[in-house]
Design a protein around this ligand. Sequence first.
Ligand code: ZN
Ligand code: ZN
Length: 261
Amino acid sequence: MNPIRPRPLAAIRGWGAAVLDFVYPPLCMICRNRLSAAEHTVCDACRTRLDLRPQWRCQICGGAGIGGEPRPGRPCRLCPPAGAAWRGVFSVVGYGTLPARCVHMFKYQRRIELGRVMARLICERLAGPIGALAGRIDVIAPVPLHWARRMGRGFNQSTLLARPLASALGLPMNPRLLRRVRYTRRQALLPREQRGDNIRGAFGLGSRAGLDGLGVLLIDDVVTSGATIDECARTLMSAGAREVWAASYARAGMGGPEPEE
Ligand SMILES: [Zn+2]
Ligand SMILES: [Zn+2]
């Protein structure tokens, strides 16, 4: 076969795409401004606001933020409270207006491309700091959805965010480590003080596979009060896990240029 044989179909497809781009120029999925040839899915201006680049990262919990840097060796404002079952949460950006809109469009309007943007940011910003835990994480587990909610949505957003990070870290991902045994109201719709009660008893083990002595990294799209992470961590620790960490795309309390919700 001649390797430089022309490929007429590919040429027509390329030409067709160029005409479509001319008639319907690709727009930023968030601000609807026209994208340049070098931009994909979101424009550079929006991408910058979806990515915090924190001023500090806590040596104890991996939390990061803008302003309010902790003194060396002291807990930061994002460190787990006394009695928490989790060790720390690594996140890309504060839960400001634009990250919240991006997460909302991904989950509720099924804009999978925005999930890819977030997954890429998670890999770029968090693979290094999480990798520095050196051997303390053995398995990655997305926070599970109740099967009815997963069927309604068509996917679990946390699994889509977890997969690229697992391959970047070279760690196994097990989406069935935990399962949601109780249907709960959406945490985001409840006041902070009711979230612990809403989520209590919501998780069970997905399999009897031994967790003895394993370090687990949970993945969620957003962490706000930490109630969901804590409940998952309690379930894993009671099954013999050694320690539980978490990573999310957005997290309330990191601060940044936009007001947090
Ligand atoms: Zn934009
Ligand atoms: Zn901390």
